[in-house]
Design a protein. Sequence first.
Length: 435
Amino acid sequence: MTDFFEGIDPIRYEGPGSENDLAFRHYNPDEVVMGKPMKDHLRFAVAYWHSFAWEGGDPFGGQTFLRPWHPQDSMETARIKADAAFEMFRILGVPFFCWHDADIRPEGENFAESKARLDEMIDYFGVKMEDTGVGLLWGTANMFSHRRWMSGAATNPDPDVFAYAGATVKACLDATHRLGGQNYVLWGGREGYETLLNTDLKRERQQAGRFLQMVVDYKERIGFQGTILIEPKPQEPSKHQYDYDVATVYGFLRDFDLTDHVKLNIEQGHAILAGHSFEHELALAASLGVLGSIDMNRNDYQSGWDTDQFPNNTPEVALAYYEILKAGGFTTGGTNFDAKLRRQSLDPEDLIAAHVGGMDVCAAGLKAAAAMLEDGKLEALRAERYAGWDSEDAQALLHHATLEQCEECVIERDIRPEPRSGKQERLENLVNRYL
Ligand code: 3MF
Ligand code: MG
């Protein structure tokens, strides 16, 4: 075990009036919201990479954190890191965690050694998960950090890298399956380009589509019951990333006949980078039937990159959970905190406090979203705005009419459409009543 979090007690719910930094003010795990406990709506997960693998470096400076598991170059320190991680899961009471292969074991001399190390850590996790009851929300492969991935993984111009990517995803999907993972995620940080001058877009799209079909085929062969999730992001580290946003990924899934086999893991910060709101991406994914899970964080609105900060804006989070609840809530998905401390937040307690705050913001947002949905006013006003389409004539117009018939009808009935107020400000005022 580790004493990294020594002296920090399990976090308890103390209510909105609590002044205790290390207590929940809104996240009351067993409190029933819309018929089920809050914890089963939110399904919180800790991101191993940000909380335990990241050493505090940024493009202009190196390590700031000094942890008992540093240097992260041996299986011994990999186990110490795992001990600290499960200690934090226990303190926070989170039901899940997520990992990349590279987060949990040091890279080996070759693929075989890397795989053996991964399997050793999966055995170690298995015992801890059994002991603690913490589940795996999703596993994934880091196919973006090592230099072999610099020109892509599945979309790489070198077929050897494509093969290495296939072997890597197989190992990580097997590991996720072995741990009873609820999902498997693919974020293509290098599946894109730095310059069109050396890029064959058609070829790379074909490779990416074929690769995803191979992943789905394998998932079915091993009987993995979790959901395969693509995580959209428009750029960073690539100049342009192919899985740009929900709409782009959906078109890609359609092209390769995968819309029934793959859903999306949607990240707040990535939605913003793509020029959308988080709730836009969630609402669109829900309308297309591909809403799977979320990476919860926030970006700094003054910086044009993915700052992966913990969420602290309840109104924004409420609109996100409104779309999730309206879509029926998570099934295998959940709320993964793809969020990291600022590199100056050095203390173990900072890691705990960051998650406590993030969990509380999500819980407050969930409760506001549930109140909005149960109250029904917003949906009633939305339905009223489209009521004109409910008539038989309107449905016949939509499903059977021709343009000639439109013209005939408009002239015969001398139709002169009269615009009606969209009531946006009143709707925004209504939302604020729940916050
Ligand atoms: C990058 C990300 C990634 C993905 C992770 C899982 C490192 O902006 O969000 O986090 O979430 O690779 O797909
Ligand atoms: Mg993410």
